[in-house]
Design a protein around this ligand. Structure first.
Ligand code: ZN
Length: 160
């Protein structure tokens, strides 16, 4: 998990010192504000710019395997569901102030199931060898389905 607390702090320091204009950091797009309204969850962090309300936390999911879902905002419940049903995807958590449009990346992490390993299982069980051993015990059974022909003749020799 990557935490962006330091970047956030230095960004805010720039704003407070006047080196960066408020308009530059309060630039949440209508899309992001809409996502905050419908998919966001409240936080206890007061907006560092306008201090009028608590910022809303919005989580975005990105992943090749997500298809249409990739690049969209999702609720915590939806992300939990994706985490147990989808292969690896990343989640970007953004805080947004719905009053002044301040927004900043809070953290990012990888979620989802590990990519499925390609297991190639060998089904060759050496049945022929086992039959070979039992043949020495005097048994004439030729029960090795699909076993090598040689075994059959070996058993026959006993009756010749
Ligand atoms: Zn604000």
């Amino acid at each position: 998990m990557v935490d962006y607390a330091l970047q956030r702090k230095s960004r805010l320091a720039e704003v407070y010192s006047g080196r960066t204009g408020v308009a530059e950091v309060c630039d949440a797009s209508p899309y992001l504000l809409r996502a905050a309204k419908f998919h966001g969850r409240p936080s206890t962090t007061r907006c560092p710019i306008c201090r009028k309300e608590q910022v809303t936390i919005v989580s975005w999911v990105f992943g090749e395997k997500l298809g249409q879902v990739s690049g969209s905002a999702r609720t915590t419940e939806e992300i939990l569901r994706l985490a147990v049903s989808q292969e690896e995807f990343s989640v970007h958590v953004v805080e947004v102030c719905r009053t002044c449009s301040w927004n900043h990346l809070v953290q990012s992490y990888v979620s989802g199931l590990p990519p499925r390993p390609r297991v190639r299982r060998s089904r060759r069980v050496a049945g022929g060898r086992v039959a070979n051993n039992s043949a020495g015990g005097g048994s004439s059974q030729v029960d090795t389905a699909g076993g090598p022909e040689v075994l059959g003749t070996e058993g026959m020799e006993k009756y010749l």
